[in-house]
Design a protein around this ligand. Structure first.
Ligand code: NAG
Ligand code: NAG
Ligand code: NAG
Ligand code: NAG
Ligand code: NAG
Ligand code: NAG
Length: 636
């Protein structure tokens, strides 16, 4: 045998001693708002230095996903088992060996190294001085205006032969990004612990006269308006095989008495029903903090999700993924860890500075004493109404997470995200500056993540314009909020979207200077589709309030797709999974109500305009359930 152990050992030694030039791996152009550099970090302190290894076959991920998601593919709907996904993308032994051999050669003893069970990460416990030599960098302590401290650096290098095996190293340039619910006013950056406190979908407050008829959908959206707008009249037949997941991040919490109040008025059959709680990383439906800022999002999502999948009776339950404990909270990677155990690192989060780190009971009283790695099978449709600005996160971090959404697609899961409520601006109305920083007076359009990930379906917002009724065409939402949309700075244009985006740029190219939007025509554009996001009647803390946001649009689309899945499951077909290659295909032409009025202002501009065909305000348009159902029932 050629491959004797001795031979292998020599080979890895040869790799490790081979001199290889250092190359820049990641770099930050500016400090996030609110942070200052306090001092150089102490050379003798220890750091847990973590290397996120590059996964195998990620270069084929797109093709593999299209093989099961493209309606023209002979393998349409042949989704993969989670085990096959894990095995296909696990980092290779060569990657583990290359990083280990390099660290050993650089004087990190084997006893100070750990490999994560999924083989995705290598941790080395080294001094700051040693880490600085390994990465050719300088570690600093940064302080936030609020007093919190972080260890990090401005840029780091890796030897060329190691760099190709590593996605990212932590701690490094990654900062404490703030996970935001859609909408809301500017708040200072804060710990990931409490994502979105003080911000929420927007409300114009409580009101007393509730309309339930179709005549008033321009001032009050209720389930009956949505059913009329999108033709959603459908009795579930296969609910025992189907599932619909709504994601909420603690401390956001629904209130049962509000669900009941809503359903007393809009569907007595589900009064008293609760979502099926899946607690992730200590997630709890907390009732300590209440008010619109804590209950508005969850109440909105669950009142509409549960109502719309239960027409005249209670058939389909809704799964609530409640993510993060009270002391720390969590972010998208924590959810992904729970859905795909192979994505987990040592402590349940990919990046200690962006994600919740579990278990955390040693650090916080009442913290969660455990991890939630691969604890639950993903629902067929998963809707999330939270998001970042793309620029809050590094390209490596977003790419890694985006690949995970593609893996869910391979498993047959549909992932929908709200596209943002600030038009071409980002969360909190922040816009980009030329140096990459984000300020309210920035002039450059600020795209939203994960909406710019080509493997999620991004949902924008529309409205029934004042004085119009449900039979009139909707417009882009221009009341209180503006539909998030535009062009990514991180992700390339996916093949399924090429014709739609090229058509838009050919016939309707905006006249803005190339410097304020990604006008290359080669980047992922969003949203994909849209649904009403204005004047939702939501019960919050015992009162009906009007709520606005793509936060509302996402669960409504999720509910419609869940009913399509029901019909397919009822005739023995697979769930629809990743829908983008289908909805942009010629076969689906005419299945959406094209939106051609309104725009998505932001960054001191009118933003983009809704035009015939796809546009970066309302995407392909709003769903027509009967047309979508007919097409998806024809697909294998
Ligand atoms: C790292 O090593 C130092 C010195 O041996 C030790 O005090 C520290 O607890 C270790 N930290 C981790 C995270 O293993
Ligand atoms: C909701 O329905 C209840 C019971 O039918 C009714 O008493 C109440 O007035 C309704 N709420 C509003 C705001 O109209
Ligand atoms: C909507 O408007 C049309 C045209 O004005 C009218 O015929 C129809 O009755 C209205 N429908 C509702 C539900 O108000
Ligand atoms: C939700 O429905 C699924 C499938 O019918 C069932 O297995 C599960 O027990 C239900 N959960 C609740 C809380 O009703
Ligand atoms: C966490 O759970 C483990 C195992 O049950 C136990 O040994 C440990 O004491 C617990 N830690 C805390 C802080 O509760
Ligand atoms: C525009 O997007 C492409 C790919 O999405 C990216 O490579 C390029 O850097 C972006 N331009 C700017 C100015 O960010």
């Amino acid at each position: 045998m050629l491959c004797s152990p001795v031979f292998l050992a020599l080979l890895s030694l040869a790799v490790s001693v081979q001199a290889s030039p250092y190359v820049l791996h990641e770099k930050r152009s500016h400090l996030p708002a609110g942070w200052t550099t306090s001092r150089r970090h102490d050379a003798a302190e220890h750091l847990p230095l973590r290397f996120g290894l590059r996964q195998s076959n990620v270069d084929q991920l797109d093709a593999l996903l299209m093989d099961v998601a493209d309606p023209e593919s002979p393998n349409y709907g042949a989704h993969w088992a989670p085990e096959k996904v894990a095995a296909t993308f696990a980092p290779s032994k060569a990657s583990v060996d290359a990083v280990r051999a390099w660290l050993l050669a650089e004087g990190v003893p084997a006893a100070k190294m750990k490999i994560a069970p999924g083989k995705g990460w290598i941790q080395a416990n080294v001094t700051v001085a040693h880490a600085e030599r390994l990465l050719r960098t300088t570690y600093n302590v940064y302080t936030h205006a609020g007093g919190e401290q972080h260890v990090g650096c401005e840029k780091y290098d890796l030897p060329e032969h190691v760099a190709s095996h590593v996605d990212l190293v932590t701690p490094s340039i990654h900062f404490d990004a703030v996970l935001r619910k859609r909408g809301g006013a500017a708040v200072p950056a804060k710990k990931i612990g409490l994502p979105g406190v003080g911000i929420s979908p927007k409300t114009t407050g409580a009101f007393s006269t509730l309309f339930t008829e179709l005549q008033h959908c321009d001032t009050q959206i209720t389930p009956v308006c949505l059913r009329a707008l999108y033709g959603l009249v459908y009795q579930p037949l296969a609910s025992s095989k189907n599932s619909f997941g709504i994601v909420e991040y603690t401390p956001q919490a629904y209130v049962q008495s509000d669900l009941d109040m809503f359903n007393k008025n809009f569907s007595t059959a589900i009064v008293g029903k609760s979502p099926n709680l899946v607690s992730i990383d200590g997630g709890v439906v907390q009732n300590v903090q209440t008010g619109f800022d804590y209950n508005g999002e969850s109440n909105l999502d669950l009142q509409y999700a549960m109502n719309l999948v239960n027409f005249a009776g209670y058939k389909q339950n809704v799964t609530l993924y409640q993510v993060g404990d009270i002391p720390q909270g969590a972010s998208f990677n924590n959810l992904l860890d729970a859905l795909d155990g192979s994505f987990c690192t040592f402590e349940g989060g990919d990046d200690p500075l962006n994600d919740g780190i579990y278990p955390d009971s040693d650090s916080y009283p009442n913290g969660f004493n455990g991890t939630s790695c691969g604890i639950t099978k993903p629902a067929n449709v998963i809707s999330t109404s939270y998001g970042y600005n793309e620029a809050d996160l590094s390209p490596f971090y977003t790419a890694r997470q985006c690949a995970e959404y593609a893996k869910l697609g391979l498993m047959g899961v549909t992932v929908v995200y709200s596209s943002g409520d600030n038009g071409v601006a980002g969360n909190s109305d922040l816009c980009l500056n030329a140096d990459g920083s984000q300020t309210e007076d920035g002039a450059i359009f600020n795209p939203s993540f994960p909406s710019t990930c080509p493997y999620v379906t991004a949902i924008g917002a529309t409205q029934v314009s004042p004085g119009q009724n449900v039979t009139d065409p909707e417009s882009a939402c221009e009341q209180v909020i503006y539909s998030g949309g535009g062009f990514s700075n991180y992700f390339a244009l996916p093949a399924y979207q090429k014709a739609a985006v090229a058509g838009y740029l050919k016939d309707h190219k905006p006249s803005y200077a190339a410097g304020i939007w990604n006008s290359t025509g080669g980047s992922r554009a969003y949203p994909d589709i849209s649904a009403n996001g204005a004047n939702y009647v939501v019960a919050v803390n015992g009162k009906f309030a009007r709520v606005f946001g793509t936060s509302a649009s996402a669960p409504v689309v999720g509910a419609i797709l869940t009913m399509v899945n029901d019909a397919r499951l009822a005739v023995g077909k697979k769930p629809i999974g990743f829908i983008n290659p289908s909805i942009y295909s010629a076969f689906f032409a005419g299945a959406f109500n094209d939106i051609t009025q309104g725009g998505n202002q932001g960054c001191g501009t009118p933003g983009f305009a809704a035009v015939p065909g796809w546009d970066p305000v309302t995407g392909l348009g709003t769903p027509s359930f009967p047309k979508l159902l007919a097409r998806w029932l024809l697909l294998p």
